[in-house]
Design a binder for this molecule. Structure first.
Ligand code: ATP
Ligand code: MG
Length: 393
């Protein structure tokens, strides 16, 4: 009997020909994550990933291993399990009892046993196995009673190449492994929303690059550090991230002196989009991503989004938070560990010089006209593109 971890994945099974590629991507990420915490062997076992300890003692450090596996995108759940070489029913019974006593002795519980049998040669069918093991546990534990409709505990017995027994299922994020659905470039501010939007794309298998518009000295080094810390934290979910830090001060000052204050936010955002699109095309992204949520602020009304969006010429712009409420976004940010970084109180370039009451219903034609008349804007954009600082995580 050996302690192991089973990792389950969902939609990958649907992906026909790509399935092996995707499974291998997952195996590789798990192995890489576990290198940090000990010697573990990662392999495929009939639609699951099996993680075994290679330590001589056989010690399996669940506290360290589980967080490094359950948060990998594409994993739907992990289950701490025991693996049995001997599939004799007497052996399964004994070991299942040991497992139950170890995990569920602290108070009264209801339970049932569910069996999956991919070994069709096995001399008993699934129902007989469940009944047998369930009866044995019931007879040998005082705090346990049976409830097949709505039990506290489901003891799973899976008879595959080996036998696995488990009773705890720890849920993961699901989705698809990063790198299996192309690449997108996220406009990453220091706020709460954009890191969540990057995560949502990564959850669908999209690799992420990030662009931050920096306006020193109006925004401080600490504001920039906040974005660096966010990108680093995000990379624990998304894998490698390249962060492009774009010097934005000159463009911002130029727009400030050229346009009425209530139109400034829209023009700033258009300049950001133009620059981000150029960076995205250069790094082979197939789209841009922002943290816009409809109606959240003046620049996120439908009219404002339409007017800002027309600055992007070639790529689709994804807004995975567009229909979400602030609280839903905050709940995800907390799970990702980005929330506490995002709420550090440093200034944001969009709050500097900007009107208290920006326009909520800008007209695209008027804005485009104003933009055309901002002298040398294109030259300043080129200049910013030539002075990007790049950091890789
Ligand atoms: P967030 O919480 O992501 O900062 P927000 O609610 O503050 O968003 P806005 O300031 O209107 O909203 O920004 C909308 C989106 O524009 C952001 O989610 C982000 O994608 C992008 N953005 C804004 N400011 C910057 C910046 N300085 N650098 C990069 N992207 C930015
Ligand atoms: Mg913001």
């Amino acid at each position: 009997m050996q302690n192991v971890l089973l990792a389950k994945y969902g939609e990958i099974a649907l992906r026909g020909k790509n399935r092996h590629l995707i499974e291998n991507a997952l195996l590789k990420t798990i192995s890489k994550n576990l290198e940090k915490v000990g010697k573990y062997w990662v392999s495929k076992e009939q639609g699951r990933v099996l993680i075994e300890s290679k330590e001589e003692s056989g010690f399996f450090d669940y506290d360290k291993v589980i967080p490094l596996v359950v948060n990998i995108l594409g994993i739907t759940a992990v289950c701490p399990a025991i693996k049995l070489d001997n599939s004799d029913i007497n052996n399964i019974r004994e070991k299942a009892l040991i497992h139950m006593k170890e995990h569920w002795s602290d108070k009264n519980y209801t339970f049932k046993v569910e069996t999956k049998r991919s070994d069709k040669q096995y001399p008993m069918d699934s129902r007989e196995i469940s009944t047998d093991i369930g009866g044995y546990i019931f007879d040998n534990m005082d705090n346990i009673s049976v409830n097949v409709r709505n039990p506290d505990i489901i003891l799973m017995v899976e008879i595959r190449n080996y036998v696995y027994v488990y009773s705890k299922i720890i849920k993961g994020f699901g989705g698809l492994p990063v790198g299996t659905s192309g690449k997108a470039t996220v406009l990453l501010s220091g706020g709460i929303d954009s890191p969540v939007s990057a995560f949502m794309m990564a959850k669908r298998g999209v690799s992420i690059e990030a662009v931050y518009f920096n306006s020193p000295p109006y925004t401080s080094d600490r504001a920039k550090q906040k974005v660096i810390d966010l990108a680093e934290q995000l990379s624990t979910f998304t894998g490698e991230i390249t962060l492009y830090i774009v010097p934005f001060t000159e463009i911002q000052l130029k727009i400030y002196e050229s346009v009425p204050p209530e139109k400034m936010t829209i023009l700033l955002k258009r300049a950001m989009f133009k620059i981000a699109e150029k960076i995205a095309i250069k790094n082979n992204s197939q789209g841009l991503v922002t943290g816009d949520s409809i109606g959240q602020v003046a620049s996120q009304t439908m009219q404002a989004i339409e007017t800002i969006n027309s600055a992007v010429k070639e790529l689709p712009v994804f807004r995975p938070l567009c229909s979400m409420d602030k609280q839903e976004i905050i709940d995800i940010a907390r799970k990702l560990g980005t929330f506490d970084i995002s709420i550090r109180p440093y200034e944001d370039c969009c709050t500097i010089f900007v009107a208290k009451h920006p326009e909520t219903k800008p007209k695209k034609s008027i804005i485009e006209n104003i933009e055309k008349n901002i002298k040398d804007l294109d030259i300043l954009i080129e200049k910013a593109l030539n002075n990007i600082e790049t950091i890789k995580f």
